[in-house]
Design a protein. Structure first.
Length: 226
């Protein structure tokens, strides 16, 4: 119990000299645990006194730890978000399927005459010179009546009508121009997945039941009318 060599009460003598450690049992020594702490490791020994006068020399060799291997990390590509994918699909260049169009211009209507008209089988595209006014687009029905067509400007400054027809009329104030499709295809290209844009599918949410609609309305915050 204890390891002070000069203390008679201690039954073990443990001394350190340089890198060497000396251990010797004294009279009455019993089994004892010895903990040796270095600047790198912690060693635990169980000491047992044995009879005999022979001097025992023990050498402890500890293998150096293996250097940690670098972890190979494969850089994964950053995946685009759903919004980025949809935006990219909307920016796909239109495929020219038919460009056989002729134009009939009304009096003093040159400002709204497109320099190019074509379709991709599902939509009709009108190109106007820079800084020209953009007219409204109407489709001529078989009975001669006119129906206004949904149209938008795309990223290439093309006016895009949401359909293909035999005849369109462009109007802006008193200006008028007739656009005739000389190679009209009645069948055209049907929309896929509810949209005419490749890679984009239109998802229609089911209508809410009366009970769900009432609950949804009740959850809306009240807004005071000014």
């Amino acid at each position: 119990k204890g390891s002070n060599c000069s203390n008679e009460v201690h039954t073990w003598c443990v001394g350190k000299q340089g890198r060497d450690l000396f251990v010797k049992p004294k009279t009455g020594a019993t089994s004892m645990n010895l903990i040796v702490v270095t600047d790198r490791r912690r060693h635990a020994f169980l000491l047992h006194p044995v009879e005999g006068s022979a001097l025992t020399l023990m050498r402890l060799t500890v293998a150096a730890p293996m250097a940690p291997q670098p972890i190979a990390v494969t850089a994964l590509p950053v995946l685009p978000t759903a919004r980025e994918l949809i935006d990219a699909r909307w920016q796909v260049k239109p495929l020219v399927r038919n460009s056989a169009y002729s134009v009939a211009t009304g009096k003093e209507s040159e400002d709204i005459v497109p320099v190019m008209v074509f379709d991709d089988g599902t939509q009709t595209y009108f190109s106007f010179p820079n800084n020209r006014p953009i007219p409204a687009v109407f489709q001529i029905a078989p009975d001669g009546s006119e129906e206004m067509v949904n149209a938008r400007m795309d990223t290439d400054d093309l006016l895009v009508a949401d359909r293909v027809g035999r005849r369109f009329v462009l109007r802006l104030g008193q200006s008028v121009a007739a656009i005739i499709n000389d190679a009209f295809d009645l069948d055209g290209v049907p929309p896929k997945d509810g949209t005419t844009v490749p890679g984009v599918a239109r998802v229609v949410k089911p209508a809410l039941s009366a009970h769900a609609a009432q609950a949804n309305h009740a959850a809306q915050p009240n807004r005071a009318t000014p």
